[in-house]
Design a protein around this ligand. Structure first.
Ligand SMILES: NC(=O)c1ccc[n+]([C@@H]2O[C@H](COP(=O)([O-])OP(=O)(O)OC[C@H]3O[C@@H](n4cnc5c(N)ncnc54)[C@H](O)[C@@H]3O)[C@@H](O)[C@H]2O)c1
Length: 251
């Protein structure tokens, strides 16, 4: 991947499965990373288990004020504004459609959708020099496009569909600031968010029936696509969504 060396990145969901795989890939490519997450001990554990150094910033992305504070703190500790933003924090708050409460709805929308906007908006406000390209990668989900694994994920799916629209608006609004914005659309990826393998036999049967590649995706497989979109190799790609799902949406 080109254009990464010496760049600075902010990654949310830094202690999670996909976020930490993204951080591993970015740091290996020479990017300095600020990792943001709610879970402070898990941030330290991520750093230790990956054998890397990152700027660790605890944040509650359900609060816009705290999001703005944390992104400002990230730019300060990175020594300048970020060139790469990866919005990988997420929650998977489930409730059957007729039983969705405001609290379920708000949690999914506020973290999966709203925080992605305020992270990016604050990061752009920290920018003083638009000559260096900036790239935003939002992590959506196949749940945006199909109701999936049998979970009661209506409000999650709505938040991830919103992220597709938000990405297009970001790409349009901020192109003249030398900012690109794209999405990845992961299918079912092997992280703690995914519950289908709690019953391994039923989980494999579901994969055999629904996913042409008949297996879960690995976080590293999503991270590689995120890094491509974030890098200068994708310099004319903006407003796009790249599906990483082993064929799930095709079948
Ligand atoms: N795993 C999958 O199958 C899958 C599929 C499609 C999309 N995704 C999306 O990928 C992203 C990463 O998910 P993952 O699978 O790595 O899950 P994960 O649970 O491992 O990681 C999510 C991270 O977000 C953090 N987070 C949650 N609430 C937060 C808050 N209020 N403030 C700050 N951080 C908070 C968590 O602490 C966690 O570290 C999510 O947006 C998720 O919706 C995952």
């Amino acid at each position: 991947m080109s254009g990464f060396s010496g760049r600075r990145a902010i990654v949310t969901g830094a202690a999670g499965g996909i976020g930490s795989a993204v951080i591993a890939a970015l740091t290996n490519a020479g990017v300095t990373v600020a990792g943001l997450d709610l879970d402070t001990p898990a941030l330290s554990e991520t750093e230790r288990s990956l054998g890397i150094k990152m700027h660790k910033i605890t944040v509650d992305l359900s609060s816009v004020d705290d999001t703005r504070r944390a992104v400002g703190a990230a730019c300060e500790s990175l020594g300048g504004s970020a060139d790469v933003i990866v919005n990988a924090a997420g929650v998977y708050e489930l409730a059957p459609a007729l039983k969705v409460e405001q609290s379920d709805w708000d949690l999914n929308q506020n973290i999966n959708l709203r925080s992605s906007f305020f992270v990016a908006q604050t990061a752009i406000a920290c920018r003083s020099d638009d000559s260096v390209p900036m790239s935003i990668v939002n992590v959506s989900s196949t749940g945006a496009l199909r109701s999936g694994t049998g979970d009661a994920a209506l409000s999650y799916g709505a938040s991830k569909a919103g992220l597709l629209g938000l990405t297009i608006s970001m790409a349009t609004e901020w192109a003249d600031r030398n900012v690109r914005a794209n999405c990845v659309i992961p299918g079912v990826i092997d992280t703690s968010m995914v519950r289908i393998m709690d019953d391994p036999a039923a989980g494999q049967a579901w994969l055999d029936q629904r996913v042409p590649m008949k297996r879960l995706g690995r976080p590293e497989e999503v991270a590689k696509v995120v890094c491509f979109l974030a890098s200068d190799d994708a310099s004319y790609v903006t407003g796009a969504s790249l599906v990483v799902d082993g064929g799930y949406l095709c079948a």
